[in-house]
Design a protein around this ligand. Sequence first.
Ligand SMILES: [Zn+2]
Length: 188
Amino acid sequence: MVPRSWLIYSKKRDAIFCFPCILFGSSSTKQIMPALADAQKGFNDWRHLSPHIPEHENSTFHRENCIKWKMLEQKIKRKTTIDASLQKAIDQETNKWRHILKVCTNILFFCAENNLPLRGSHERIGESGSGVFLSDVDMISKFDPELRAHIESLHKGNISYFTPYIQNELIDILASEVKKQILDDLKA
Ligand SMILES: [Zn+2]
């Protein structure tokens, strides 16, 4: 048995392919090394695997493509590709929303523990009469630059996570968690 990490098999096409040659191979590679480097065809002449695979493996084109593949793999690991910077931006966005959700949930806990109604007579953050929930959001944002920046971006019509719909959804989720806990205690 010879392990070959570059060789891939497609069940649908019932054929084998060379991963790095498909990824990095130029059109000239495909002319010289047809089947294995062609994503549309692949190689399925099973009787002639023996000369074909070693020939492909030892070709200059294949080796060059393998080097490109391994170099990209290293770059991804070191996070120096364009994808890595995009991934970083996605992570930052995810963390931002997690943070906002955490603030909202904690305000809900606070209101529930103190029997406070959430809503006021309008939904304008920072104005009196907006109710305990939005007043709390406004108060916390004075010490929380990330939350403040989020509130300031809201008039552009963005998603806020502060609407009554989200409040009710979070209350429902929390309620079902409490119910689950009570049932678990009873069963125990
Ligand atoms: Zn190859």
